[in-house]
Design a protein around this ligand. Structure first.
Ligand SMILES: [Zn+2]
Length: 442
């Protein structure tokens, strides 16, 4: 198995003169040096961080333990403080990404990038994509790409640089048109959002794409359901790998190698910690917690100990590809998207995903939990293939009652099934928003 191409790339950024082989120790030394630089930079140049880190003094952080005692940066800080996080003049900002999210303040989250920041992301895409494509191949990008410096545009530039033909299709809005695009190119690699690519492989009309036609798929989102990956591999007989990236990580974050078991991260650009979501303390090696990262090379708006709200762990075993880089396990979902249920139980979108996506005919769904007289009820609206409503309706309750993670909720009567409704195929979200259970209990 080929080693992740990220290792050679990162070695080139990290290794001091005279060293030829990347080791975990050299990477740690590089990262700690960068962390000290970042802390010093933000304290001198960002009004927000000057105040946040006022207690640590001019000396900055002397060791990693001191760094890990620094206060976190939260999504609310980014929303509320905005430009106070900037470390460069506004003139140097090349792109601002505005994220309308359900924050506590209602303000939009805005992230600022310089041209150099964007170039680092393009460089990550250039190397990361070599995991699954080589010169002469075609990649169809089902991600937003119309705007300059959007994720699709950056990816497209990266691919052109390595001799791969990029086709920027944008998010799927018309299944037939998207499938026709796939058929126009021999053995294409597809990059897209999990539920959208699943709909292309499974929905009505999907039989036009022969098994084996698509060479590989890269699913790009904060969270990839294992059931969707498995189903795409079965239907198309191709490699399906995941990309983990948030706007905050600079759109690109990490990509799986051919082992397909965890993301290798941009470790020269990002320092990752896993912390207990409740206490904020570091968890033991291999334990799940909240992903927290610090940007090591970002110029416009560096982020220090930024809480992503994503739940994952660093896999303790070495990767089968043989790299010295770490692996972030496939993200298990959003902490905020996990509902606390009675009797200390919980329910998350990822639990529903793993239960429902293995069902043939299911393309997507929305979920809502309500409460009547102390009893929580789950309501589902499923998007299914044409003519599949009856078959899916007959099976869905039994699937829920037998799903390993969800069944206990029903058995303990913590949850009951409310309404199950269907929406016809063609109901499409652009899928770029985060999927979550609507909690209407209170
Ligand atoms: Zn690997």
């Amino acid at each position: 198995m080929n080693k992740t191409p990220l290792e050679t790339w990162i070695a080139g950024q990290v290794l001091p003169v005279g060293e030829a082989v990347l080791t975990p120790q050299l990477l740690e030394q590089y990262q700690f040096r960068k962390l000290q630089e970042v802390v010093s930079n933000v304290m001198h140049n960002s009004p927000f961080y000057r105040r946040l880190f006022a207690g640590i003094g001019e000396r900055g952080v002397d060791d990693l333990a001191a760094f890990k005692r620094l206060p976190f940066t939260t999504p609310d800080d980014v929303r509320e403080q905005g430009m106070r996080l900037l470390c460069t003049s506004q003139d140097e900002i090349e792109r601002i990404v505005t994220l309308q999210t359900s924050g506590t303040t209602g303000a939009a989250k805005r992230l600022f990038f310089t041209a150099a920041d964007l170039e680092l992301t393009v460089d990550f895409f250039r190397h990361g994509m070599q995991t699954m494509v080589e010169r002469g191949r075609t990649v169809i990008i089902f991600l937003p790409g119309a705007l300059p410096d959007s994720v699709g545009d950056l990816l497209s530039r990266a691919l052109a640089d390595i001799g791969v033909t990029p086709v920027v299709h944008g998010p799927v809005r018309d299944y037939a048109a998207a499938r026709a695009e796939i058929l126009r190119h021999e053995s294409p690699c597809l990059v897209g959002i999990p539920t959208q690519i699943l709909a292309l492989a499974r929905g009505t009309g999907s039989e036009v794409i022969p098994h084996g036609w698509v060479s590989s798929v890269l699913l790009s989102t904060d969270y990839v359901p294992a059931a969707i990956k498995a189903e795409l591999e079965r239907l198309w007989g191709c490699h399906v790998l995941g990309h983990y990236g948030l706007t905050e990580t600079g759109l690109g974050g990490g990509v799986e190698c051919l082992a397909g078991d965890g993301y290798h991260l941009r470790e020269a650009d990002l320092y990752t910690e896993i912390v207990d979501p409740d206490t904020g303390q570091p968890v033991a090696e291999g334990v799940s917690g909240e992903v927290v990262f610090t940007t090591l090379t970002r110029q416009g708006m560096p982020l220090v100990r930024y809480r992503t709200g994503d739940l994952a762990r660093i896999l303790p075993e070495p990767c089968p590809c043989g790299t010295v880089l770490k692996r972030l396990e496939r993200v298990q979902g959003r902490i905020a998207a996990t509902l606390t249920m009675q009797q200390g139980m919980s329910l998350s979108m990822s639990m529903l995903d793993e239960a429902l996506f293995p069902m043939a005919g299911v393309l997507n769904f929305t979920a809502e939990v309500t409460r009547t007289e102390d009893q929580d009820q789950l309501h589902l609206c499923l998007q299914v293939c044409e003519g599949e409503e009856e078959r899916v309706a007959r099976k869905v309750v039994s699937i829920l009652f037998h799903a390993e993670q969800i069944a206990p909720l029903f058995l303990q009567r913590v949850l009951t099934v409310g309404s199950i409704t269907f929406s016809v195929e063609g109901w499409l979200t652009t899928g770029v928003g985060k999927r979550r259970i609507k909690d209407n209990r209170f």
